[in-house]
Write a protein that binds this ligand. Structure first.
Ligand code: SF4
Ligand code: SF4
Length: 311
């Protein structure tokens, strides 16, 4: 088939996009089509029916399925991976994903930089950038864009960085050529299922987030007796890394190539200091950390529950 000038332009735009991403240390980028996500809809409806959603997701189901409802004229989604593994962390009492400055800040800045670059290269380019705060499932999009494969633990796994990756995406009105999903899954060793503190990894690539320790460490209000038992099972006061740490795909993974995830690391929160801080002081000191969004009291509560159990 003959390539038209427009085809050539599209191909060169995708190459330019990849090159620009490399200049930001983004090595893994893929394109998901901005089509109706019917396969995702089926899974999501089933999760809703079983009550297995966290409530942090977009509430309007249609928005999770039809990209057009978020960006008129949406034609593709640029999906980028942000590896964050920087080592196990000395005496860590929070999840590895929270060691650095808040990844939302780091990822958003890089995605907007890509958006501005494309605005300057493509006429009438429009985009919306998201990390964790978008209408879609970021893991589903990463899979769609060919960036990794599903683990039984519901994470997206990559060969180089395992599942220690953040996912950011740019919904846009340019028809970048979509990439193909990978036709494989994890090793299915079920170590994650056996080790999960919440026993909430269902074995079919889904989880029950309501019983996930990571979700419970962020939960406000009254905790149930079951929540408390789950919290007490491991030492982290923010997040939970068990299903990633035990996964064979995360053995010998490379550390992040991104400077932002290598510096200003804080693997452990000093709880005695935390107790002394006012809310204002807490925000000033830790406001740019992802563990701060629920406030200081939640961290102190989690610590008290976990450490009381060890006394
Ligand atoms: S993060 Fe922890 S509690 Fe949640 S599914 Fe993984 S192992 Fe289970
Ligand atoms: S621990 Fe085993 S079953 Fe779980 S995601 Fe990793 S390979 Fe799959």
């Amino acid at each position: 088939m003959m390539m038209t000038d427009y085809d050539n332009f599209k191909e060169s735009m995708k190459n330019k996009l990849t090159e620009y991403c490399r200049s930001l240390d983004i090595e893994h980028i893929g394109i998901a089509p901005a089509e109706s996500y019917r396969d995702f809809e089926k899974i999501w409806r089933s999760q809703i029916a079983k009550g297995r959603i966290s409530g942090f997701e977009e509430k309007d189901l249609a928005k999770r399925v039809f990209p057009e409802l978020t960006l008129q004229g949406a034609r593709s989604v640029i999906v980028c991976l942000f590896p964050y593994y920087s080592g196990p962390g000395e005496n860590a009492n929070i999840s590895k994903s929270a060691f650095s400055i808040d990844y939302h800040l780091i990822v958003t800045e890089k995605l907007n930089s890509i958006g501005r670059f494309l605005e300057s290269s493509i006429n009438d380019f429009r985009y919306m950038a998201f990390v964790d705060n978008g209408p879609f499932s970021d893991r589903y999009l990463a899979w769609k864009a060919g960036l990794g494969f599903w683990g039984i633990n519901n994470h997206i796994i990559t060969d180089q960085y395992g599942s220690y990756v953040f996912i950011g995406y740019i919904l846009n009105n340019y028809p970048f050529e979509p990439d193909a999903p990978q036709d494989r899954t994890c090793l299915r060793c079920f170590r994650c299922v056996r080790s999960c503190p919440g026993q909430c990894i269902m074995g079919d690539f889904t989880i029950d987030p309501q019983k996930c320790k990571s979700y419970i460490t962020q939960k406000k209000g009254e905790l149930t007796a079951e929540d408390i038992e789950i919290l007490k099972k491991t030492g982290l006061i923010w997040g939970c890394d068990v299903c990633q740490d035990v996964c064979p795909h995360n053995k010998n993974v490379q550390t992040t190539p991104m400077e932002e995830f290598k510096k200003n690391l804080l693997p452990s929160i000093d709880i005695d200091e935390l107790r002394q801080l006012s809310n204002r002081e807490f925000r000033r000191k830790y406001g740019n950390r992802s563990f701060s969004w629920r406030g200081r009291d939640i961290l102190i509560r989690n610590h008290a529950i976990i450490h009381k159990s060890k006394e």
